[in-house]
Design a protein around this ligand. Structure first.
Ligand code: ZN
Length: 388
């Protein structure tokens, strides 16, 4: 472990809240009010304000025609749907290009600070837009900042391990780096059989000489944190040892939580914190501590997202998790939480162990299945890596 005085870089600034699809959209910038203020009570200080990535930087993974389309919607936010932008998940809004490019820029600048050796760990809560494709927006994501950060590390020749903890499959990052054997993606998520984006099955292993470097752990609805964390603890250290990454990028979507309104896993905060600490341990074991963490999904902006972000930041700062949430912070947000149907705000950072789990036979079975899936996937990966 590194000394505790090298504080993680924290990416947040005025542009972060401009990534806003409008009132009623689940990915609300209200999460920055609760989330950043909770980080600040822990002593965190945002010290990298995102600015838009250039078109040349975006072109590392995005088609220029697609960027031109986003710019068009950005200036004229209406008209026929195109390139995944339209009414529904990813509607156009004024300034869409600048806001989306700033998310990308935040992850790129954080990655470069790590590559220059200025910091070991960086956290970009507004990043993690893992569904965006080279020429298409998807699932609230316009530009794929984690895929761009991975590409930036690849430009320096580093082997990259990407870990995606969002409840949805990290399909954009997987697709963009599908044929690169120098990128291992590992996504644990609710199975695409029952959830957007409908991909992320065990047999998706990567293309050509990259076969065996794309890894998916698709879990059944109802899986609790026992199964989720056990699958991760079983798979991730072995995959890291097999791949030997030189840098780690992770996506910490908070929507695997039992309270989340859009999905059906039943993970709670102790497992989320443990997962962040597992990623930290892997970064130190294999990658000299080089680790960029991003946020991601998470649609309970009061009870879940702030605590999930705090647990990532505390893991990066190598600090223990305090017991109680600050009372003044809870009071500050109580009325808003109530108004948005996400009350009461819990009193502790960590939910009671396994709090989200339904104690029934189907849930117990889903937890057992998670471990079986991890073992089966490890076999598939080992076979693919041995053959190729
Ligand atoms: Zn660390």
């Amino acid at each position: 472990m590194t000394s505790t005085d090298d504080a993680p870089l924290l990416v947040y600034g005025p542009r972060s809240t401009t990534y806003d699809f409008g009132p009623g959209h689940p990915l609300t910038p209200r999460r920055f009010g609760t989330g950043i203020s909770l980080l600040e009570t822990l002593g965190a200080v945002p010290n990298l304000a995102p600015e838009p990535a250039t078109d040349e930087e975006l072109a590392a993974i995005h088609e220029p025609d697609y960027v031109a389309t986003v710019r068009m919607f950005s200036e004229t936010p209406f008209g026929s749907p195109r390139a995944g932008i339209g009414p529904g998940d990813t509607p156009p809004f004024a300034g869409m290009h600048e806001a989306s490019a700033a998310v990308a820029g935040g992850s790129l600048r954080a990655m470069e600070a790590i590559l220059r050796g200025e910091v070991r760990h960086a956290f970009h809560p507004g990043g993690g837009l893992h569904h965006a494709m080279p020429a298409r927006a998807s699932g609230f994501c316009v530009y794929d900042d984690p895929a761009l950060a991975v590409a930036r590390a690849r430009a320096d020749g580093l082997r990259v391990l990407y870990v995606d903890l969002d409840v949805h499959h990290g399909d954009g990052v997987q697709a963009i780096h599908w044929s690169d054997p120098g990128v291992m993606t590992v996504s644990i998520h609710q199975s695409g059989a029952t959830l957007f984006p409908g991909t992320g099955f065990a047999n998706e292993l990567g293309g050509g000489e990259a076969r065996g470097t794309k890894v998916n752990l698709p879990l059944e609805p109802g899986t609790g944190e026992r199964g989720w964390l056990a699958a991760l603890e079983r798979a991730l250290p072995r995959l890291a040892e097999r791949f030997q990454p030189e840098i780690v990028v992770s996506q910490h979507g908070a929507d695997s939580h039992a309270f989340d309104p859009l999905a059906h896993l039943r993970v709670t905060t102790p497992a989320m914190g443990a997962a962040a600490r597992l990623v930290d341990a892997i970064a130190h074991r294999w990658a000299d501590g080089r680790w960029l963490a991003t946020g991601g999904g998470g649609y309970d902006a009061y009870r879940v997202v702030p605590r999930a972000w705090a647990l990532v930041w505390l893991a990066q700062a190598h600090r223990e998790v305090p017991d109680a949430l600050p009372e003044a912070w809870r009071e500050r947000w109580a009325a808003d939480a109530d108004r948005h149907g996400q009350a009461p705000i819990p009193t502790a950072f960590t939910d009671p162990p396994n709090a989200g789990h339904r104690e029934d036979a189907a849930s117990a079975r889903a937890d057992e299945r998670a471990i079986e899936i991890a073992d089966r996937v490890l076999e598939l990966v080992e076979r693919a890596l041995t053959v190729s």
